[in-house]
Design a binder for this molecule. Structure first.
Ligand SMILES: [Zn+2]
Ligand SMILES: [Zn+2]
Ligand SMILES: [Zn+2]
Ligand SMILES: [Zn+2]
Ligand SMILES: [Zn+2]
Ligand SMILES: [Zn+2]
Length: 593
């Protein structure tokens, strides 16, 4: 069998393999192989998407002050959501003739800077939820992103169908949750991760159907457990009260001791449910998916992040919803097919390439902001025959006449948009959330960097002076400008100071949990680092037969491999140097039932 093709990544200069299955896919959709390694491609797609950076600025059409995702100094013309979707402007009026004596990307860049951009994404009916982006149908939500169908939720990303929940990342159908990461169908769950259907509990990891549990790992169908020890109801209540989680000092102590406690337990090599032939992490009902993260109902896909319902896709970041044959795209969804090298397009975009913000259209090449159009190049209308002839010629021209960016990198047909076309700075996008780098490193790679805005407020309450117990916190705190403990010295987009809203105070008092010392951005980044990275390592199962290879976990059941070490190998997001005890699916399931 021929071996995979080896290439040097244009960005990081590391050698990477183009597998035969990749080549088959490129052949099927008639594109050349990529010039960047899979990780650089992923990061580049992520750097297109601003999810959480909001700015107060005027809409360039209606002139009203709005909360939008483009800063005031952005070179783009920015319209608010209703203005952009209105008939008050015509994207075709920006049409350009194609000039075969100039590189494609140079001409696309001119168009991209002229056509008004969609300033924020708030679909459906959003009530009292101005400070939200990439959302639909939320009510009374504040600083909630990539989320839908929620009520009274704040400071969250990827929140779905949930109520009265604050400071969470990726929770579904949950209520009264606080500081939860990757939790589903939970109620009154605090400081927990990877839990399903748990209630009235705190500090749980990898638990299912548990209620009234505290500081537990890998439990199923339990109640009244503390640190995995079964107690009676009365004992549980007595011991739980001793932890006094109403005080921040105790919460911080517990956070640290729970991390140490959890290290003694096994973790599954990756999180997957009802999936077949998959690699990656957080996969739900997927089939034949490799190197996929946060995916649901995807069939035949590779190099994916955040895709729900898609088929036959590769190098695809965010969304799906009945989309197929998508390649090198970001934020594409709702019945799109055969779309390559495009971003921010939805509602049946068909057979289109190098597009941004195009919708309900087909056969577009290098277009921006079009709706209900066919056979357009640089927003200009052609006949079917002209379009086919022209696009063929442009593809050839792009190969022969590459675009060169300011740091000398070349972009041909088959490459995604050059970095100097990207609308956002690296640290305004989710690239910085999932692959945080320094300002210097970003600039060295050709990304832009947004320096923190000048702040003109004075901190009136230092974080160390926030009352330790929630009961001691009075209404006065609503008037304070609280300093963030990180003081902007981290790389979390720290705002250096923050406020507590009256809704925050009501929530914290209701649940009985202390006021945080970090600004919302630093809290968000603190949740992100609880998850494993978006990266895979090939490793062997660390089950040695009767205990873990490091000896600290003793098996409770007999495994399929008996007393010799488990022979299974897998792809996992737990790096070889991390101290977690990583078991293959078979060994994990033998232990945790
Ligand atoms: Zn690379
Ligand atoms: Zn407007
Ligand atoms: Zn901060
Ligand atoms: Zn920070
Ligand atoms: Zn194993
Ligand atoms: Zn085993």
């Amino acid at each position: 069998m021929p071996s995979p093709e080896q290439k040097i990544c244009q960005n990081c200069k590391i050698q990477f393999a183009i597998e035969l299955e990749d080549l088959d896919f490129y052949k099927k959709i008639n594109v050349p192989p990529p010039t960047r390694c899979p990780e650089c491609r992923l990061i580049k797609r992520l750097s297109w998407r601003n999810e959480r950076s909001l700015f107060r600025r005027k809409c360039d059409l209606c002139g009203e002050e709005k909360i939008l995702i483009f800063p005031r100094q952005s070179p783009h013309t920015i319209y608010c959501f209703p203005c952009w979707w209105s008939e008050k402007w015509n994207p075709e009026s920006y049409a350009q003739d194609y000039d075969f004596s100039r590189p494609f990307f140079e001409q696309f860049k001119e168009l991209f800077l002229k056509v008004p951009r969609l300033g924020i994404i708030q679909q459906g009916t959003n009530i009292n939820s101005v400070y939200t982006n990439r959302v639909s149908d939320n009510k009374n939500c504040y600083l909630v992103f990539a989320s839908a169908n929620n009520e009274n939720c704040s400071y969250g990303t990827s929140i779905w169908g949930s109520k009265d929940s604050v400071d969470n990342y990726n929770i579904h159908s949950s209520e009264l949750c606080f500081e939860c990461v990757d939790c589903f169908g939970c109620n009154r769950l605090l400081y927990s991760q990877e839990c399903n259907h748990c209630t009235n509990s705190a500090f749980l990891l990898n638990c299912r159907n548990c209620s009234d549990c505290f500081g537990c790992v890998n439990l199923r169908n339990k109640n009244y457990c503390i640190f995995n020890e079964q107690l009676t109801k009365d004992e549980y209540k007595k011991r739980l009260a001793e932890f006094q989680l109403n005080k921040l000092s105790n919460v911080e102590k517990m956070r640290k001791s729970f991390v140490d406690f959890a290290k003694k337990f096994i973790v599954p090599s990756f999180v997957e449910n009802h999936s077949v032939n998959v690699s990656g992490n957080w996969l739900e009902e997927c089939k034949n998916v490799s190197i996929g993260f946060n995916c649901e109902k995807v069939e035949d896909g590779k190099y994916l992040f955040g895709i729900i319902e898609a088929k036959d896709v590769m190098d695809y970041t965010y969304w799906g919803k009945s989309s197929e044959l998508i390649y090198e795209c970001s934020s594409i969804g709702r019945q799109c097919s055969s779309v390559f090298f495009s971003n921010e397009c939805w509602d049946q975009l068909i057979r289109s390439q190098y597009c941004a913000n195009c919708h309900s259209s087909s056969d577009l090449f290098g277009c921006v902001g079009l709706r209900k159009k066919q056979y357009c190049i640089l927003n200009k209308q052609y006949s079917k025959a002209e379009y086919e002839k022209m696009t063929e010629r442009i593809r050839e021209q792009m190969a022969k006449m590459p675009y060169q960016d300011s740091i000398g990198r070349t972009f041909r047909y088959g490459d995604t948009f050059p970095l100097d076309i990207h609308s956002f700075a690296y640290n305004e996008t989710i690239a910085q959330e999932l692959f945080p780098i320094s300002r210097e490193k970003a600039i060295e790679q050709g990304y832009r960097w947004a320096d923190p805005e000048e702040r003109n407020y004075a901190v009136t309450l230092k974080p160390e002076n926030i009352p330790d117990a929630i009961e001691e916190t009075e209404e006065q705190i609503l008037k304070e400008t609280i300093g963030c403990l990180h003081e902007g010295k981290c790389n979390h987009q720290c705002t250096t100071a923050f406020r507590i809203t009256s809704d925050d105070l009501i929530f914290h008092k209701r649940i009985g949990i202390p006021i945080p010392q970090l600004c919302p951005n630093c809290r968000h980044f603190a949740r992100l680092v609880q998850r494993t990275p978006i990266r895979l390592w090939h490793r062997a199962c660390t089950c040695a037969g009767q205990k873990s290879k490091n000896g600290s976990y003793v098996n409770t059941a007999t495994h399929f491999h008996g007393t010799p070490p488990c022979p299974n190998e897998f792809e996992t997001a737990y790096a070889p140097e991390c101290s977690n005890i990583v078991y293959c699916k078979q060994c994990y399931q033998a232990e945790v039932v």
